[in-house]
Design a protein around this ligand. Structure first.
Ligand code: ADP
Ligand code: MG
Length: 145
């Protein structure tokens, strides 16, 4: 009982909107932190995918954001809150291939419209809420089977 409540790690990281030079740094750091903690590799892989996609979305669409990583034995939780335009139609944004990415983003190899659906598919629990003109919050939980 005590062991399952044990907090192995928590950390908070800032993401700068529009800065593609540092895009991916936060999710790379999360991946290496999880590896160092000895988290099973399938969890690390899923956490790396969802954190990367969420980070790229903040860089692509928002002004700034914060990613929080919390690790308990067998449970990895990643939350991303941004200040940005928000998402007017979440159901549409969740669809495979849907993207509003502009030319500049596409030229950098992003904007395939797979980010949010991959985040949902690789998370064991996924929540998204968004307010137009304010921002977006994602919460992803990945657990050992
Ligand atoms: N943090 C965000 N803030 C505002 N809009 C977002 C955010 N994340 C995603 N979106 C919107 O949802 C769409 C789909 O996102 P995603 O599935 O990651 O595909 P892509 O980023 O390749 O367009 C984006 O094109 C954008 O319109
Ligand atoms: Mg994306």
């Amino acid at each position: 009982m005590a062991e399952t409540n044990q907090n192995l790690y928590s950390g908070t990281f800032n993401i700068e909107g529009g800065n593609f030079n540092s895009a991916g740094i936060v999710s790379t750091g999360i991946k290496s932190t999880l590896k160092k903690l000895g988290i099973p590799s399938d969890l690390v892989r899923k956490a790396a995918i969802v954190s990367y996609e969420a980070e790229i979305n903040v860089v692509s669409y928002a002004k700034k954001g914060v990613m929080t990583l919390t690790v308990h034995p067998g449970v990895v939780c990643i939350e991303v809150t941004d200040e940005g335009p928000g998402i007017p139609n979440i159901d549409l944004a969740m669809q495979e291939g849907y993207s509003t990415a502009d030319q500049r983003i596409r030229e950098m190899g992003f904007g395939a419209g797979m980010g949010l659906c991959n985040i949902r598919n690789y998370s064991d629990a996924f929540q998204i809420e968004s307010e137009v003109g304010k921002g977006t919050r994602l919460k992803m939980t990945i657990t050992t089977p």
